[in-house]
Design a protein around this ligand. Structure first.
Ligand code: F0G
Length: 446
């Protein structure tokens, strides 16, 4: 069932095979270099790529573009308070802006930050402060053969052991990321959030939630955690965040907008400090690098994100893509997470060694075969990390229909048919920062 219909449409087209091969060559086998016009189904990311509601478009007109004291900011503040339970809000241009504002305020050189799994930009902001980012995922989070209801959880024992080793005084912040994007979008249970909050308490550290996909996480808690089924999604969404001292948020995910983000917190002092840093990097704290109209759209989007049946349909659509791919005998991580399906390219293309980027080969062939854009999250994106060669197919919110997902599964099936023909790739041009190479490097077949 779909509880919405289209009011505006955007034409897309499937370029022919020769045009696709030409585009792939011109892009240096890196789909970040493709023109979006040459992509038919774009599953590169679920970030900022979704469709706004008519209410959000209507809200744009209300945008108050005042430099200071904008009424749009007041409406965002009310939405954050109602939906997430935080009194203080610092708007930012997107999630990483919120990370800069918060971690730039809380973290110092030599510190250690614990997280179930740091998202790339979170890790980079911790590193930018001269601190070390340590991941504490539960065992099996990276193992496709392990199934579980809450594989995104924070391993509290692991976190405690790291803190004992480095000294609790060097751990100013404990973070949990819901859902855990870097662990295949798997959810985190309420019980685990409580236990992680207790750990932060023990360490006398701030407890922060990376709340990008907080509504999707609440859906899984409602569906899977004992005693939660009869509670409203909005109540669960709020309870999850009630244990945190602060959140960082990318409005481009569960804020249902194309741009925007914020940090929110309870502590008055922290708010004052965060605002000072926001002025430096984002803008005056009632606009934070955003137009008033963008803030309006985010205020409406946040409320829509926890209104049934939006999120149930959203997560079901991702699960449907997973089912269609499984039927096509594509090895995926199950159960599927909230925003994306993760394909195990190492298993699909076992003859390509990890140094020759089987994931990136799969990304290229999904494009060549059906103009489907995905992203590699294995040996190409994370050099030196001990990660499986996964490819992520992230589903934009409220954007594609079942026909698009069927096209993706048919494309993957066609790639599978030819899998033995494919060879590995090597990097022929890369930027100086290895951590960012997957955004711009160029590759060729070995
Ligand atoms: N935290 C998580 C868990 C994220 O997934 C992202 C973005 C961010 C923080 C940063 O937010 O992009 O608004 O600055 N994830 C996108 C993705 C880019 O494709 O997964 P941002």
């Amino acid at each position: 069932m779909r509880s919405y219909k289209a009011k505006a449409v955007e034409p897309i087209r499937l370029p022919d095979r020769d045009a696709r091969t030409e585009a792939l060559d011109a892009a240096g086998h890196n789909v970040f270099n493709l023109d979006s016009e040459d992509v038919y189904v774009d599953l590169l990311t679920d970030s900022g790529t979704g469709t706004m509601s008519d209410e959000q478009w209507a809200a744009l007109m209300r945008g108050d573009e005042a430099y200071a004291g904008s009424s749009s900011f007041s409406r965002l503040r009310s939405a954050v308070e109602d939906v997430m339970g935080f009194e203080h809000v610092v708007p930012t241009h997107q999630g990483r802006g919120a990370e800069n504002v918060l971690y730039g305020t809380l973290v110092e050189e030599g510190d250690v930050v614990l997280n179930n799994t740091h998202f790339d930009t979170t890790r980079a902001h911790v590193a930018n402060q001269g601190a070390e980012a340590v991941d504490c995922p539960v065992d099996g989070a990276w193992d496709r053969s392990v199934e579980g209801d809450f594989l995104g959880n924070f391993d509290v024992e692991k976190g405690r052991a790291v803190a004992e080793e480095v000294g609790a005084e060097n751990v100013p912040v404990v973070v949990t990321t819901i859902t855990n994007n870097s662990a295949a979008g798997q959810p985190v249970s309420l019980e685990n959030i409580r236990a992680t909050a207790n750990l932060a308490d023990e360490l006398d550290a701030w407890f922060v939630i990376d709340a990008c996909r907080f509504a999707e996480n609440a859906h899984f808690v409602q569906a899977r955690e004992s005693g939660q089924r009869d509670r409203s999604l909005a109540a669960i969404a709020r309870e999850q965040l009630s244990y945190a001292d602060a959140v960082t948020m990318s409005g481009k995910k569960d804020g249902l907008v194309n741009i925007g983000g914020f940090a929110a917190m309870r502590d008055d002092d922290l708010f004052e400090h965060a605002k000072q840093r926001a002025i430096l990097y984002e803008g005056f704290p009632t606009y934070g690098g955003l137009a008033g109209r963008d803030i309006e759209a985010m205020a409406v989007g946040l409320r829509e994100a926890v209104e049934p049946p939006y999120v149930d349909e959203r997560v079901e659509q991702v699960a449907t893509l997973g089912e269609l791919l499984s039927e096509a005998e594509i090895p995926i991580v199950t159960p599927t997470g909230g925003h994306a399906v993760y394909v195990d390219a190492g298993e699909l293309l076992p003859h390509i060694p990890t140094e020759e980027f089987p994931g990136q080969r799969l990304v290229c062939e999904l494009y060549r075969e059906g103009a489907v854009r995905s992203v590699e999250l294995g040996s190409f994106a994370f050099p030196g990390a001990d990660r499986p060669d996964y490819v992520r197919l992230a589903v934009p919110r409220r954007t594609y229909w079942r026909e698009h997902l069927e096209h993706v599964a048919e494309t993957a099936a066609a790639v599978r048919e030819k899998r033995e023909e494919y060879v590995g790739l090597e990097i022929v041009e890369e930027p100086p920062m290895k951590e960012l190479r997957h955004f711009s490097a160029r590759l060729e077949s070995v």
